[in-house]
Write a protein that binds this ligand. Structure first.
Ligand SMILES: Cc1cc2nc3c(=O)[nH]c(=O)nc-3n(C[C@H](O)[C@H](O)[C@H](O)COP(=O)(O)OP(=O)(O)OC[C@H]3O[C@@H](n4cnc5c(N)ncnc54)[C@H](O)[C@@H]3O)c2cc1C
Ligand SMILES: COc1ccc2c(c1)CN(c1nc(C(=O)N(C)c3cc(Cl)c(F)cc3C(=O)O)c(Cl)s1)C2
Length: 422
């Protein structure tokens, strides 16, 4: 069989959200794909109640899922969030719609999402997912990859292209960095995050209003809650690490929550809150921008491996999913000439991925400085009023990001125009 006729072989490094979706995309292109994931098969790990992690899925991510016929399967297990529910210190609740009735974002379970994408990819006999295989080296001249299995043995393979979907601390990116003129910057922010669980009520009902993204904005601190299928909410508490560290005793914790998140205490449960808080740890948040994303026709990094952002726009996964859509369109355009597609991918995607990293960091700074619940409320109400007044010209920035596929960098340009006329 001639070289051209042979199926192209790619190795996708990382079987997380973006790697699993990418495998589905390459499967449609009739490539032979080996996914190497360093962790064990999440589908075999027992589900622990109260440990679910959820994410906000918006239009960019949905369009990417739709392209591989996965949108329905994902959103039918999701919960719609039509508006924000702002919790004031005194317990006052305020609703700020995301837009029209058809403009909502989805709360989806991270593990369910990862599982359905892996299972869909594996339906194709040309796709193999190898768990407990960690990439430790790769050669961009020969396409050789070296993987270490959890039993310590080494496995080698040779492929046409290596797709690094191995997250913010990407091994593929580290190798690219050593083999090309690579620009890289990273920033840890002073805030960490901790996930807490708000269980269903005693009568097995949601403890809060269901179809909302709940927000407790307290300038330097912030907590958000997204609903889960099992009628619980997953809360994400954002605070500077020094504040996390200053909460040493149960009294410290209860004083802090009484002062800042009073209404959430009876809904979480005082005993449960104490137990969760001191059993969990706060995780760091990093922002990574880099370029180029490729080396020749041999390697490309996508998702958090290429552009990790702080989560203050809820776009990291949506952007990584959109990465798959962008690459797929370029492989169509270049008729699977991998080198041409990779080169154009870096050219078109870098500016957009870095734009959403900047937007997320800007929103973090803004939320931390000036946004308590009232200000957050006021800004959104002004945005919503002006977009009602000038529907074609005034799409609020968050709506361009969450409800359109306007290129991320163009969202910023359009917003700068709006700020001038504001
Ligand atoms: C607190 C928080 C809230 C968030 N909320 C949202 C949200 O609401 N909406 C949204 O869109 N995004 C959100 N995100 C961002 C989202 O989680 C990430 O953007 C997304 O998980 C990136 O997916 P990925 O596949 O690129 O990377 P990852 O999910 O990190 O997956 C990388 C995979 O590669 C594997 N791996 C790593 N190194 C190797 C190696 N050497 N060899 C083999 N495998 C390897 C890992 O085990 C992992 O499975 C949030 C992030 C955080 C931290
Ligand atoms: C699971 O952990 C997390 C952590 C953070 C987020 C999410 C899930 C989901 N997030 C979304 N953010 C937007 C958005 O565009 N903006 C400007 C907002 C930004 C912040 Cl920080 C906020 F609190 C509300 C809005 C808002 O507008 O509702 C969406 Cl739209 S969804 C942030």
């Amino acid at each position: 069989m001639s070289e051209e006729m042979r199926k192209k072989r790619v190795a996708v490094i990382g079987g997380g959200l973006v790697g699993a979706l990418n495998a589905c995309y390459f499967s449609r292109r009739k490539y032979k794909v080996d996914v190497y994931e360093m962790r064990s098969d999440i589908r075999k790990v027992e589900v622990v109640r109260g440990r679910s992690i959820n994410l906000a899925l918006s239009v960019r991510g949905r369009e990417a899922l739709k392209m591989v016929e996965m949108e329905e399967e994902v959103i039918n297990k999701g919960i719609r969030m039509y508006s924000r529910m702002i919790h004031d210190r005194d317990g006052t609740l305020r609703i700020i719609p995301y837009g029209r009735k058809d403009q909502y974002i989805m709360s989806v379970d991270r593990r369910h999402l990862n599982e359905v994408l892996l299972t869909a990819a594996e339906k194709n006999p040309d796709i193999t997912v190898h768990f407990e295989h960690k990439l430790v080296n790769c050669d961009f001249n020969t396409g050789e990859i070296v993987l270490k299995r959890s039993d310590g043995t080494i496995v080698k393979d040779v492929v046409d292209a290596i797709i690094g979907c191995d997250g913010a601390f990407s091994a593929v990116r580290n190798q690219i960095m050593k083999n090309t003129l690579f620009n890289y910057q990273q920033e840890y922010i002073p805030h960490g995050y901790m996930e807490l669980n708000m269980p269903p009520t005693a009568s097995d009902e949601f403890a809060m209003a269901i179809n909302h993204l709940h927000i407790w904005a307290r300038n330097e601190y912030m907590m958000i809650a997204l609903p889960n299928q099992d009628k619980s909410f997953t809360l994400t508490l954002f605070m500077p690490f020094n504040i996390f560290d200053s909460i040493k005793t149960e009294d410290d914790l209860m004083n802090f929550f009484h002062k800042n998140f009073q209404d959430s205490i009876p809904l979480i449960g005082e005993k449960e809150l104490k137990q969760m808080f001191f059993k969990s740890k706060a995780f760091p948040l990093i922002s990574i921008k880099c370029s180029p994303y490729h080396i020749g026709n041999k390697a490309l990094i996508m998702g958090d491996a290429a552009h990790a952002s702080v989560p203050f726009y809820g776009q990291g996964m949506n952007c990584g999913f959109e990465d798959c859509l962008v690459l797929n369109d370029l492989l169509d355009k270049h008729r699977d000439d991998i080198g041409a597609a990779f080169e154009e991918y870096t050219k078109v995607r870098t500016i957009d991925a870095q734009a959403i990293c900047d937007l997320s960091m800007y929103n973090y700074i803004e939320m931390r400085q000036s946004v308590n619940s009232c200000l957050f409320l006021l800004r959104k109400k002004v945005d919503n009023f002006l977009s009602w007044l000038f529907p074609r010209n005034w799409i609020p920035l968050y709506a361009m990001v969450a409800f359109t596929r306007t290129r991320y960098h163009e969202c910023i340009l359009k917003r700068q125009w709006q700020d001038k006329v504001r």
